[in-house]
Design a protein around this ligand. Structure first.
Ligand SMILES: O=C(CO)[C@@H](O)[C@H](O)[C@H](O)[C@H](O)COP(=O)(O)O
Ligand SMILES: [Zn+2]
Length: 199
């Protein structure tokens, strides 16, 4: 296939993935934005994790909160659990890679904090373990998933929120996840700071 045609196809697929996801994910995104804004308003924090592209998404989200998104407002507390190579390597070396996030959740998480768990398959063992550790800490889990939700479809508890992108392909799911992340950042900014901090 001609590369221009291929690129046009990928753009088209990405646009369609977003259009198809809108109605399905919108109610859960609203809920997630509301719960995060409430938690942040009560001085709680958000821990974020994921693998590969989703690790990048985790850091993308935490930096939007810690620094700023579109409003000029104070930094908000979020920690990406994907960035500390000493912690990640020592936990993987001494225990298992499955515990690289859960160990940090157990150490840093407090009741009322939120875990944002990002996994396109819903099956990454270290993200699943992070969810279990969050539950033990009395935290709420908000999961960004895809496909059939994988293990996350089974392990979410009643007040947890799953935002599942109805698509089969990791890259397209990630593209929708990033849009969802920006929607949540927008909802948090508007909820906590309204229009008054516009830059
Ligand atoms: O970015 C990509 C693919 O677009 C990859 O790095 C991808 O994130 C990795 O294969 C992850 O390990 C997949 O994990 P998950 O989304 O199934 O939890
Ligand atoms: Zn990728």
């Amino acid at each position: 296939m001609d590369p221009h045609e291929r690129i046009a196809q990928l753009f088209h697929d990405s646009i369609r993935a977003k259009q198809n996801a809108l109605d399905q994910v919108s109610p859960a995104v609203v809920k997630a934005g509301r719960r995060m804004a409430q938690a942040l308003n009560q001085d709680q924090k958000i821990l974020v994790c994921g693998n590969g592209g989703s690790a990048a998404d985790a850091q993308h989200f935490s930096s939007e909160l810690l620094n700023r998104f579109e409003l000029d407002r104070p930094g908000l507390p979020a920690i990406a659990l994907t960035t500390d190579s000493s912690t990640l390597t020592s936990v993987a070396n001494d225990y298992s890679f499955d515990h690289v996030f859960s160990r940090q959740v157990q150490a840093l998480g407090l009741a009322g904090d939120i875990l944002l768990a990002i996994t396109t398959s819903g099956n990454s063992p270290n993200v699943v373990s992070a969810h279990h550790a969050a539950k033990k800490r009395g935290m709420l889990t908000i999961a960004l998933t895809g496909r059939d939700g994988g293990k996350f479809a089974e392990i979410m508890e009643s007040d947890d929120i799953e935002i599942r992108v109805p698509h089969q392909q990791t890259a397209r799911i990630q593209e929708v996840h990033l849009l969802v992340i920006h929607c949540i950042c927008d909802l948090i900014d508007r909820s906590l700071f309204g229009e008054t901090h516009n830059r």
